[in-house]
Design a protein around this ligand. Structure first.
Ligand SMILES: Nc1ncnc2c1ncn2[C@@H]1O[C@H](COP(=O)(O)OP(=O)(O)OP(=O)(O)O)[C@@H](O)[C@H]1O
Ligand SMILES: [Mg+2]
Length: 441
């Protein structure tokens, strides 16, 4: 039987090692990694069940298929419990065995792929896509590594678009909880009652429409991390409940009467200064101190302009995924460096994405930046007041300034040209002439 199967499997394209008994098989498994082992149950010396047990210890990923006589089908069931993939009863058809082998190997392959993908997603969610070489960001990265493995609550503050969510994920995925769930709750997106039942769950009949018991996100996040985004949007009543979770690690479902205990790490984020909010009476002071155990302040992008080239490159690569990679003209980068980025990294990301689409050539020119940014910015910022060492292109600069003010004047006067001209100290004729010049740009 052994020789016959070896020949058959070789014909199928497998590499085969035949072992005459259990002890020989285990010796082979100790020195080599096998995808699959086919073993008889009843053998002289070591039986198939013992072989299975040892293989699962030595090499848990190896698929084991048992061959058994009808009389020992019971031990086949035991084998399945011990981790065998399947069993086949003698006498069997070769095709049957071939199918089992094929399916088991495919399943093993998929599982491996899945593990790899998960790992990849995890590492992506960690630091890989969290970019910054500026000193403040380097400090934040090392701070995150330090706080990650503590159970303490982390409070992340920073303007909108500075990367608070990325920072929260980096904390979770560099902590010992990384294989547990990471659950995000946007506290600003739901009205109080819904948010409460979302966070803590509810019992059947707790309120109209609660037709069944429902688990809340705190329960779902057990063993992992809850990320409370926009925490300043919570109401005082909910703040008390959150305080309780932070202090006792217990809560009750809405309409429930039993305490539920959870093991979760809480990370909160706010783009408002929470201390100021407490001073205004909009945020409970005791909750603030509970949250503020490990504060992380993400600086606005304008305070770490060294990061702009790196981030721009990163977003450009992302934006041109699958297509030819465009590059930034040196003047373009200069403009990007000069801008104040009120929307921080998110605004930079969106701008780069837009530029990559607008530019038909392979180099992103400065004009496009002007067009793209001026929709959002007080454009005077793009006009330097100092003459940089590397000089400037005065024509382009003045042309851009002219365009900007023509547009602003028209906006202010609701499109009435004579009045727009007056605002700029121009004759109507001269205004029209200049407008004509930029008509197509
Ligand atoms: N340091 C960074 N490296 C790479 N991408 C970043 C970085 N910071 C932010 N981003 C990107 O910018 C966008 C905004 O980041 P994120 O959502 O984390 O900001 P936020 O602070 O949570 O903003 P908001 O307060 O508006 O919710 C995301 O697409 C994120 O991937
Ligand atoms: Mg956010």
């Amino acid at each position: 039987m052994r020789d016959f199967l070896a020949i058959m499997l070789k014909k199928e394209g497998h590499e085969v090692v035949a072992a005459e008994n259990g002890a020989d098989a285990l010796k082979a498994v100790q020195t080599e990694i096998f995808d699959l082992v086919i073993t008889d149950v009843k053998m002289p010396g070591l039986n198939g069940i013992d072989v299975l047990k040892t293989i699962k210890e030595l090499s848990p990923d190896t698929v084991v298929i048992m061959i058994t006589a009808f009389a020992t089908a019971e031990s086949a069931v035991e084998a399945m419990k011990l981790g065998a993939y399947d069993y086949i009863i003698k006498p069997f058809k070769v095709d049957e065995l071939k199918i089992i082998i094929h399916n088991s190997l495919e399943k093993r392959h998929l599982r491996k792929e899945n593990i790899l993908l998960k790992r990849e997603i995890r590492s992506k969610a960690g630091f890989e896509n969290f970019i910054g070489k500026s000193e403040p960001m380097q400090k934040i990265f090392s701070l995150i590594r330090q706080v990650a493995d503590t159970p303490s609550t982390v409070l992340i503050m920073g303007e909108s678009g500075t990367g608070k969510e990325l920072a929260a994920k980096a904390v979770h995925y560099s902590s010992a909880r990384k294989d547990g769930p990471f659950v995000t709750v946007n506290c600003g997106a739901l009205p109080e009652t819904l948010l409460e039942s979302e966070l803590f769950g509810h019992m059947k009949g707790a309120f109209t429409g609660s037709v069944s018991n429902k688990q809340g996100l705190f329960e779902a996040a057990n063993g992992g991390t809850v990320f409370l985004d926009e925490i300043s949007a919570t109401t005082p009543a909910l703040q008390i409940k959150l305080l309780r979770v932070l202090q006792e690690r217990t809560f009750m479902r809405v309409g429930g009467t039993t305490e539920i205990k959870v093991d979760v790490r809480v990370i909160a984020a706010s783009n408002k200064d929470l201390l100021q909010e407490t001073a205004k009476g909009a945020f409970r002071e005791d909750l603030y101190y509970r949250l503020n155990v490990l504060p992380i302040h993400l600086p606005p992008l304008r305070d770490r302009k060294d990061d702009i080239p790196l981030l721009a490159d990163h977003f450009l690569t992302k934006a041109s995924a699958g297509r030819a990679l465009k590059k930034l003209a040196p003047e373009t980068l200069k403009l990007l460096m000069r801008y104040r980025w009120p929307g921080n990294v998110r605004e930079l990301e969106n701008t780069i994405e837009r530029l990559a689409i607008l530019e038909s050539g392979d180099t992103i020119r400065a004009e496009h930046v002007m067009d793209s940014l001026r929709t959002v910015l007080p454009s005077a910022e793009l006009i330097p007041t100092e003459l940089p060492d590397e000089g400037i292109d005065l024509e382009t600069l003045l042309g851009n300034a002219e365009k900007i003010f023509l547009r602003k004047a028209l906006e202010k006067t609701g499109g009435i040209q004579t009045e727009a001209a007056k605002l700029l100290g121009l004759s109507h004729r001269s205004f029209r002439h200049r407008l004509q010049k930029y008509k197509d740009s």
